[in-house]
Design a protein around this ligand. Sequence first.
Ligand SMILES: *[C@@H]1O[C@H](CO)[C@@H](O)[C@H](O)[C@H]1NC(C)=O
Ligand SMILES: *[C@@H]1O[C@H](CO)[C@@H](O)[C@H](O)[C@H]1NC(C)=O
Ligand SMILES: *[C@@H]1O[C@H](CO)[C@@H](O)[C@H](O)[C@H]1NC(C)=O
Ligand SMILES: *[C@@H]1O[C@H](CO)[C@@H](O)[C@H](O)[C@H]1NC(C)=O
Ligand SMILES: *[C@@H]1O[C@H](CO)[C@@H](O)[C@H](O)[C@H]1NC(C)=O
Ligand SMILES: *[C@@H]1O[C@H](CO)[C@@H](O)[C@H](O)[C@H]1NC(C)=O
Length: 460
Amino acid sequence: MGTGLLILLQIYLLFVSFSSSALGLQKFHIVDVHALTSRNVCSGSKDVERHRSVKSRLKIVDRHGPCSTLPAVEKLSLEQILSKDQSRVESIHRRTSAVSGKDKTSGPLTTSQITAQYGGSYGVGNYIVSVGIGTPSKTLTLVFDTGSDVTWVQCEPCQKHCYMQQEPIFDPSQSSTFSNVSCNSTQCTDISFGCSGSSCLYGVKYGDGSFTVGYYAEDTLTLTPDVIQNFRFGCGQNNSGTFGEIAGLLGLSPSSESFVSQTSEKYQHVFAYCLPALSSSTGYLNFGSSSNMPNTNRTPIHKQSNPLYYYINMTGLAVADQPLQITATVFSNSGMIIDSGTVITRLPPDAYQALRSSFRQHMTQYKMAPSTTLLDTCYDFTGYDNVTIPSVSVQFLNNVSLDLDPNGIFYVFDISQVCLAFAGNRDPGDLGIYGNVQQRTFNVIYDVPNGEIGFSPEAC
Ligand SMILES: *[C@@H]1O[C@H](CO)[C@@H](O)[C@H](O)[C@H]1NC(C)=O
Ligand SMILES: *[C@@H]1O[C@H](CO)[C@@H](O)[C@H](O)[C@H]1NC(C)=O
Ligand SMILES: *[C@@H]1O[C@H](CO)[C@@H](O)[C@H](O)[C@H]1NC(C)=O
Ligand SMILES: *[C@@H]1O[C@H](CO)[C@@H](O)[C@H](O)[C@H]1NC(C)=O
Ligand SMILES: *[C@@H]1O[C@H](CO)[C@@H](O)[C@H](O)[C@H]1NC(C)=O
Ligand SMILES: *[C@@H]1O[C@H](CO)[C@@H](O)[C@H](O)[C@H]1NC(C)=O
C-alpha cells in the first residue's frame, strides 16, 4: 500500500472516530445480515425462563412462518401479505373517516338470509394463537386482532358455506355447554345485527371482501389453565375469504363484546403480547395483571368516540438519535392507533417524507434495490455479513421513546431487497397506524383501566 493511501486511510479513520465521538449523538446498529431473515425451521421462543410464572400464556406464531402448522399452500408470499395489508388499512380509514364512526349499512334481516353488514378490518399478516372451545374442549387456532370486536369460529353444520380449515370445524352439538345467545339480551343488542326468529345474528365483512355470518352463541373458552364460562362468539354458518385454514378470530378491541371486555372480571381489561423478531420464532399473548413488567414506558390511550381501536399519540421520530423536524400538528391532525393486525406502520405523509429522507441519507453506502408498491426505500445487502444501519426511534406522548429492534425497522423480502418498513398515508388527515413490524420484540401491554399502552424492549 502506498504511503499516500495510508495517510488518507488514517485521516479517514480519524474522521470517523472524530465524527462519532465529538458529536456523540449518532446511534447505529451493526446488524448481522443473516439475523434479518427467517430460518426455514422454527426456533421456538427466547423468553421461556423470564415468564415461567405467568399463567394463561398463549404462544404466538406468525401464520405464514415455519412455526405455523398451516399447510404451505395456504401461506401467502410477502407481496401478497402487503397487498392484503393495504386492504386492511383502507378499510380502517373508511371506518374511521365515516361520519357515524361505523359504516354499517343497515337493512332488514329476513329469516332465510343472514347478511354481513359490518366493515371489519381483517388482514392476513396476522399472528395466531390456539384456544379451547366447548366441553369437552376442542383446540382451535385463531388469528388475534386488536382491531376486531366479535370473536368467531366456523361452526357446524355450516348451513351455507365453510372454507377449508386445518382443525375439525367446531360442532356445537358435541359440546355440553353450548347455548345460543338470546335475542332479547343486551349482548345481542350490543352487536346490533338483529334476530332471525329466536336466533341472535352476527356478521362481519372485511375490507378485502372476506366475510363471516352466523348466529351469536356462547360456550366455555379455555386458555389453559383458565376457563371462561359463557363466552360469547359468532358461530359462523356462511364463511368465505382469505382466512387460510384458520378456524376463526379472537377479537381484542376495546369495544363491549370483544374478548377483552367479556373477560374483564377475570383479567381486568389487561393483556400483553410480544411479537417475535422473525417468523421463525414464537412470541406470547398474556391476559391479566401478570402481564405487567418493570421498566415499562407507558403512553396514554386517547379516548375516542369510536371504541373499536386503541388510539395513542405519536409525537416524533428520530433517526440515528437525531430528532426529525416534524411539526407537532402533523401527528395530532391525523391521530394514530396501535394495531396488531396491520403489518407496516402508516405515517402522515410529511412524517414519512422526513423519515425516508433522513434514513436514506444514513444509508448512502448501500446499493438501493427496487421499490414495491407500498415500500419505496429498499436496499440490496447481497455480499455483506454485517451492515451498519442508523437507529430508528419513535416517540409517543408522555416522553415514551422506543428504539426499534433492527427487525422492527425492515421488511425483508430477501437479502437483496430489504425495505424500510414504514409507509406514508395518502392524505394528511388519514389515521396513522402503528403496525406489527415495529412492535416486534417489545412486550406491548394494553392496560385499559389505567388508560395506558406500555412498551418494554427485548421481551421475546
Ligand atoms: C353468504 O353471505 C354472503 C355475504 O353476506 C352473501 O352474499 C351470500 O349470498 C351468502 N351465501 C349464502 C349461500 O347464503
Ligand atoms: C323476548 O322478546 C319477546 C318479544 O319481544 C318476548 O315475547 C319474550 O318473552 C322475550 N324473552 C325473554 C327471555 O325476555
Ligand atoms: C342455535 O340457533 C341456531 C340458529 O337458529 C339453531 O340452528 C341451533 O339449533 C340453535 N342451537 C341451540 C343449542 O339451541
Ligand atoms: C392526540 O391525538 C388526538 C387525535 O387522535 C388529538 O385530537 C389530540 O389532541 C392529541 N393529544 C395530544 C395531547 O396531542
Ligand atoms: C459481524 O458482527 C459480528 C458480531 O457483531 C462479529 O462477530 C463479526 O466479526 C462481524 N463480521 C464482520 C465481517 O465484520
Ligand atoms: C424524557 O426522557 C429522557 C430519557 O429517556 C430524559 O432524559 C428526560 O429527562 C425525560 N423528560 C421528561 C420531561 O420526563
